[in-house]
Design a protein around this ligand. Structure first.
Ligand SMILES: Nc1nc2c(ncn2[C@@H]2O[C@H](COP(=O)(O)OP(=O)(O)OP(=O)(O)O)[C@@H](O)[C@H]2O)c(=O)[nH]1
Ligand SMILES: [Mg+2]
Length: 363
């Protein structure tokens, strides 16, 4: 199963356009708002130079990248947390994702009016984010009622949960995100019953016209906002990247370089999403296939084995581990072994980024 990134934003921000640029899908793009109703979803490969290098070195028949899933949901408007627009459906869909990708409109278009009347990305971010925080406050409010009742009848766990909940509510009411409240693992345990949107990792995408990208005031204002909130901001020329999709990567890169972009915005978006999810990549070489896998940093060897196959987790014996850099420098697995650079690890070992792992297991 891939990690899931939910694309959110106001109607007509270009969410489906960016989804299409990412996935090569043909989701409906329209000049009217709420053109997307049921979510579109697509799986994309994670760009990975190490995997490409393993391909060159080992020449396997099959090279399989790690993947990440993007979900394009309906537009969100003010009042969504109270059920406005497609509010409840929308919020239901984004509760299930692992990361929020907030697309913000930075292009003017006569045919496609801005749903709030004028272009103002900073306001747009505030409108959407306020809805997310209100939606969280609502879930917390419902949980409060339950815990208050239980705490009154002497339930200590409910009382402790209530204390955490009160802190989070206070933060949200000040406009802070739950993930910025320095909650401990114990605090987070109490919040398991209330899956908060504002706990999810989050990034902004500026969907730009060429003019804005070349130093327009709207993009500039959005950059300042992102910097002040310490949120990553990825610039994408949405319409253009959809048009460029049919060209080979090299040609696309050349064209974008002419505009001052070092790589397609969608590639940056995939990489940035991957980084924010806190994942590490390990590789397996099994028969004719070299494959990349992604797991959260801090995953044990048996757990990682389970990602490959559940039998490997159940029957886990040991992991034989090499580092990508060693393999690349020495030129082959046998040489890594000869050089004494292969290490054998047990159940408690935490898989590190860039490792090539052979799992030994009992069938
Ligand atoms: N000029 C310009 N137009 C764009 C850009 N990105 C999207 N559009 C146009 O904006 C309109 C809306 O785009 P969509 O991708 O459907 O927007 P959306 O956010 O998915 O909208 P909803 O699903 O209705 O919420 C379409 O007419 C697009 O062609 C862009 O970068 N520049
Ligand atoms: Mg759409």
């Amino acid at each position: 199963m891939s990690w899931r990134c939910g694309i959110i934003g106001l109607p007509n921000a270009g969410k489906s356009t960016i989804f299409n640029a990412l996935t090569g899908a043909r989701a409906e793009v329209a000049i009217y708002p709420f053109s997307t109703i049921s979510p579109n979803s697509g799986v994309v490969p994670v760009p990975d130079p190490r995997l490409a290098a393993l391909g060159d070195l080992l020449k396997p028949q099959k090279l399989t990248p790690a993947t990440i899933e993007f979900v394009d949901v309906a537009g969100l408007i003010a009042g969504a947390s109270q059920g406005e627009g497609l509010g409840n459906q929308f919020l239901g869909h984004i509760r299930e994702v692992d990361l929020l990708v907030h697309v913000v409109r930075c292009f003017a278009s006569a045919q496609c009016p801005h749903p709030l009347g004028n272009l103002d990305p900073v306001r747009d971010v505030e409108v959407v984010d306020t809805e997310l925080l209100l939606a969280d406050l609502e879930i917390l409010g419902r949980q409060r009622l339950k815990w208050e009742k239980r705490a009154k009848s002497g339930d200590k766990v409910a009382a402790a949960g209530l204390a955490v909940l009160t802190r989070v509510e206070a933060g949200l009411n000040e406009g802070k995100w739950a993930r910025d409240l320095k909650l401990s693992p114990g605090d987070l345990e109490h919040l398991k019953a209330t899956p908060l949107l504002s706990l999810k990792p989050y990034l902004l995408v500026a969907n730009l016209s060429e003019a804005e990208f070349q130093g327009g005031p709207h993009y500039l204002a959005l950059k300042e906002l992102a910097a002040s909130r310490q949120v990553p901001l990825v610039p994408i020329l949405g319409d253009l990247e959809v048009e460029l999709q049919d060209f080979p990567l090299e040609e696309r890169q050349e064209f974008l370089a002419g505009l001052g972009l070092t790589e397609p915005g969608i590639q940056r978006l995939i990489k940035e999403s991957y980084r924010l999810l806190g994942l590490v990549t390990f590789y397996t070489i099994v028969g004719p296939e070299v494959r990349a896998w992604d797991v959260p940093a801090g995953t044990t060897a048996p757990r990682a084995a389970g990602k490959v196959h559940s039998d490997m987790e159940k029957g886990f014996i040991r992991a034989e581990v090499m580092n990508f850099d060693d393999l690349a420098a020495l030129g082959g697995a046998a040489k890594v072994r000869e050089a004494g650079r292969l290490h054998v690890e047990g159940r408690d070992y935490l898989i590190q980024d860039g490792e090539i792992v052979l799992f030994r297991f009992q069938r």
